[in-house]
Design a protein around this ligand. Structure first.
Ligand code: FES
Ligand SMILES: [Fe+2]
Length: 377
């Protein structure tokens, strides 16, 4: 089931390349055919109330006591569908029959990037869900800039060139930053050596590095050593071939936002997806999902996707076993800010926000898209 607000869809594979999204409501008296938050496999969708059922392809299978429903035209009683498009292994659905195609919506540049990243060749290694204490826009925007790193996550600034991050926008619905890792923050210039940078490299998934030797030789850079170590260890631990992947793609944080609710971190060392859904009952909260994707092993055996771990609202991200504790701490720091920002937005005397020209360009780009959809502005 895919639920967003009051809306609910049964997303199901009908054939190898045929994925459908049925509105999750019976055509008899509207009961949900499947409970929200459930999943599984089946050959039919049978309503729990009076037992009407539909085939996988959405056609009506059975009306119990059909003599009593002579007025029902079976051909008009297929399950209504939302539009579905597949991209990079993801299923995108759209309730608007007149919307542009996904490729038009995302634009040619991003479509070319997606083709190169080959996210369809990755699998879900871990999946964590948690409610964040701020509305959907604030929650999304908290992850669109590296401007907050030096103040909110000082522990990672030693190995993250935060203020040197590159920001891009593509069309109306996609934006991106690239934040280089294994490089000292410009804020800390002169205060740390290359060895310090290497020693304090904790962002994302340092667990993969194990107890490897981390002593830099004369003239060696932390970044190059990190890239070399990561390449070797990822290849060995995941049985993958990364020879065609650049050091930057391997190491750096590539963060794309797809309006309205998705982040794709396409690089190898931070291979994540964030999904943000407005809380169905409380607009001051957001349902947040964090997925780690890993390349499918070279033998082609795709591991089963991880079952989601649901953290309670007051639990720390560090309590999710599948998340590197250093990364969990970063997420907790962001969560604490979000609570204060939500409350501050309600307490402030100043209308609106004041954004930096460059480092917060993704936030502005996102807000513009929101305005276009909400008030046509
Ligand atoms: S509501 Fe579904 S069969 Fe009656
Ligand atoms: Fe953050």
């Amino acid at each position: 089931m895919y639920d967003i607000g009051r809306h609910s869809f049964i997303v199901t594979r009908v054939a190898a390349d045929d994925v459908r999204a049925y509105y999750n409501a019976c055509l008899h008296r509207s009961t949900k055919l499947r409970a929200s938050g459930t999943d599984g496999s089946t050959q039919e969708f049978k309503c729990p109330f009076h037992g009407w059922s539909w085939n996988l392809d959405g056609s009506l299978n059975e009306i119990v006591c059909d003599w009593d429903f002579q007025h029902v035209d079976r051909d008009k009683f297929s399950l209504p569908e939302a539009r579905v498009e597949l991209l990079g292994g993801f299923v995108f659905i759209n309730m608007d029959k007149d919307a542009p195609t996904l490729a038009d919506y995302l634009g040619p540049e991003f479509m070319a990037h997606m083709k190169a990243w080959r996210l369809e060749d990755r699998y879900i290694q871990s999946h964590v869900m948690k409610t964040l204490p701020a509305n959907w826009k604030l929650s999304m925007e908290a992850f669109m800039e590296a401007y907050h790193v030096i103040n909110t996550h000082p522990q990672v600034a030693v190995s993250n060139a935060d203020a040197n991050s590159q920001y891009d926008t593509y069309g109306e619905h996609v934006n991106r930053f690239i934040s280089t890792l294994g490089v000292l923050s410009p804020h800390l210039k002169g205060q740390y050596s290359e060895q310090d940078v290497l020693d304090q490299f904790t962002i994302g998934d340092s667990s993969v590095l194990g107890d490897s030797e981390r002593k830099l030789g004369e003239g060696e850079t932390a970044r190059q050593r990190m890239a070399d170590m990561m390449r070797e260890m990822f290849e060995a631990s995941t049985n993958t071939d990364l020879s065609g992947v650049s050091d930057s793609e391997l190491l750096d944080c590539f963060s794309y936002t797809l309006f309205p609710n998705t982040f794709l971190f396409a690089g190898i060392s931070l291979p994540m997806v964030y999904r943000f859904l407005p809380h169905p009952e409380d607009h001051r909260k957001t349902l947040f999902e964090l997925l780690f994707l890993r390349p499918v092993p070279v033998d082609g055996n795709r591991p089963d996707p991880a079952e989601p771990t649901r953290l309670a609202e007051d639990q720390s991200f560090t309590e999710a076993q599948e998340i590197d504790p250093g990364f969990g701490e970063i997420m907790d720091q962001d969560t604490e800010n979000l609570l204060l920002q939500q409350q501050g937005c309600e307490a402030t005397a100043k209308p609106g926000i004041t954004l930096g020209s460059y480092q917060e360009i993704r936030v502005r780009h996102f807000e513009r898209a929101v305005s276009r959809y909400v008030d046509g502005g």
